[in-house]
Design a protein around this ligand. Sequence first.
Ligand SMILES: Cc1cc2nc3c(=O)[nH]c(=O)nc-3n(C[C@H](O)[C@H](O)[C@H](O)COP(=O)(O)O)c2cc1C
Length: 199
Amino acid sequence: MNKGLLLIVLLCSFIFATAQDIQLVTPTRTGGKPLMDALNERQSNRNFVKKDLPAQTLSDMLWAAYGFNREDKRTVPSSQNRQELDVYVMLSTGIYFYDAKENKLIMKQKGDFCAALGQPNITGSAALSLIYVINLDKNSRDAGLIAAGFSVQNVYLYCASAGLGAVARGSFKRPDLQNVMKLTDKQEVVLTQAVGYIK
Ligand SMILES: Cc1cc2nc3c(=O)[nH]c(=O)nc-3n(C[C@H](O)[C@H](O)[C@H](O)COP(=O)(O)O)c2cc1C
């Protein structure tokens, strides 16, 4: 293969590999309801109207969940700042890793894997589901569970502020989700959270 052709092939494969990622818009890090109002309105919602989140809302919600609010620190604390939690997003197009530094959703698995979420009466009409994964090679399981709790509550509060609904869900299909996400034995899905427009 000559050099020109090789370059075109490499370029095409690079474009193909990255085309499915989603570049998020810059999150809005100010505004929203006063904290006490958001706390007062925080609750679980399970009845959604199927509708996608606007780009700004998606970015803001993910930033609230696990974005960086300082150079190397996030909207949630973590033991010794080990940041053992990862947040993934399940959409009907695939499963994406939230890369908070690059402000991107990186496609990890292409396809509709929503069946692995369980509780289709809830997840079927949610705009998306967040999947909280802890990395056991970075910190203890307890630390990871606590970090996930912080993140889940941030999303609850963001949703209360933005007029969206959310519900934390432990009743997902654990082995199915671990399989479709192709996680290692050092990664564990600890909780999911459906987010969407309230019916
Ligand atoms: C760890 C955890 C797991 C949960 N799992 C589910 C679940 O699988 N399905 C569901 O509908 N709600 C689930 N919930 C939501 C609780 O049922 C809900 O938080 C509780 O009833 C209190 O209601 P509230 O969130 O409106 O205050 C879960 C909550 C937590 C914290």
